[in-house]
Ligand binder design. Structure first.
Ligand SMILES: Nc1ncnc2c1ncn2[C@@H]1O[C@H](COP(=O)(O)OP(=O)(O)OP(=O)(O)O)[C@@H](O)[C@H]1O
Length: 231
C-alpha cells in the first residue's frame, strides 16, 4: 500500500483509495494488485515506461474502466475529472473551444440544466488560466495539437473536481505552456484537489509532492522528489 503516511497519521480520509485492483483489456491484465491512497491538496506524479499501465490506472481511478477484482473507494461525491491524451474523437467534435470547456460544467449544472453567470465566469476563468481565452470562438478541430490540449485541460479544470486525473498534460507543449500547466497544478493543489498526472518528465516529477512508479502492474513509491525549480 502506498498511502501517504503523514496524511494518514492526521486521520484525513483519502480522496480515493484502491486496494488490490486487477484490470486490463480483453484477455490481458495490465494492473496486478494495484493499491494506493491519495489525499486532498496533493500532487502525485505517475511515471513509468511506455505501456506500463499509467493510462490504465488513471482510467480505473476515473471510473471509466471497471476493475476485474479489488476495490476503488471514492471519498467524495464528486466525479473525478479525467483529461486524456489528445484523441482523434475530441479533434472531430463540431464544437468551439468555449463550448468544449463549458461541457466541463455539465455535471455541476442545477435542475434546469442552464448555465448560470457563475458557470459562464468559471468557463472564462479556466480558459484564461490555460491561456486559451483568445481561441474561444475557434472550432476545436481547427486548433493546433497544443492549443487543443490546453482547451481540454481547461475543460477538466471547469469540473472543479476533488480528484483531477491528467494523462501527460504537458507532452508536446512549448515551454511557456508547460510552465503554465505546472502553475495550474500548484493552484489545484492549493484549492484542495488531489491531482495525479502521468508524465515522462523528470522535472515535472520533481515538482510533485509524491512520485509513483508503475512497476509490474502496480504503482510503487518512487524517488523522493527534489524540490528545485525547473531548469
Ligand atoms: N484500449 C485498449 N485495448 C487493449 N489494450 C490496451 C488498451 N489500452 C492500453 N492497452 C494496453 O495496455 C498496456 C498499458 O497501456 P497504458 O496506455 O496504460 O500504458 P502507459 O503507461 O499509459 O503508456 P504510455 O507511456 O505509452 O502512455 C499496453 O500494453 C497497451 O498496449
Amino acid at each position: 500500500m502506498t498511502a501517504d503516511p503523514a496524511r494518514a497519521a492526521q486521520g484525513q480520509a483519502p480522496v480515493i483509495e484502491l486496494a488490490d485492483v486487477r484490470a486490463g483489456y480483453r484477455d490481458r491484465d495490465v494492473l496486478h494488485g494495484a493499491a494506493l491512497a491519495l489525499h486532498a491538496g496533493t500532487v502525485t506524479a505517475l511515471v513509468g515506461a511506455n505501456g506500463s499501465g499509467k493510462s490504465t490506472l488513471l482510467a480505473v481511478m476515473a471510473g471509466v474502466l471497471a476493475p476485474r477484482s479489488g476495490t476503488v473507494t471514492l471519498g467524495t461525491p464528486r466525479r473525478p475529472a479525467l483529461v486524456v491524451q489528445r484523441s482523434a474523437a475530441s479533434d472531430a467534435l463540431p464544437l468551439t473551444a468555449r463550448e468544449a470547456v463549458a461541457m466541463g460544467r455539465w455535471g455541476l449544472l442545477g435542475p434546469w440544466r442552464r448555465p448560470t453567470r457563475r458557470d459562464r465566469a468559471a468557463v472564462g476563468e479556466c480558459m484564461d488560466r490555460l491561456g486559451v481565452a483568445d481561441l474561444a470562438r475557434r472550432r476545436l478541430g481547427e486548433l493546433s495539437g497544443g492549443q487543443r490540449q490546453r482547451v481540454l485541460l481547461a475543460q477538466g479544470l471547469a469540473q472543479e473536481a476533488d480528484l483531477l486525473l491528467l494523462d501527460e498534460p504537458s507532452t508536446g507543449l512549448d515551454a511557456d505552456s508547460r510552465e503554465r500547466i505546472a502553475a495550474v497544478l500548484d493552484q489545484e493543489r492549493g484549492r484542495g484537489a488531489a491531482v495525479v498526472h502521468a508524465t515522462h518528465s523528470r522535472g515535472e516529477a520533481d515538482r510533485a509532492d509524491r512520485v509513483l512508479v508503475m512497476e509490474g502492474g502496480r504503482p510503487v513509491a518512487g524517488e523522493a522528489p527534489v524540490k528545485e525549480p525547473l531548469s
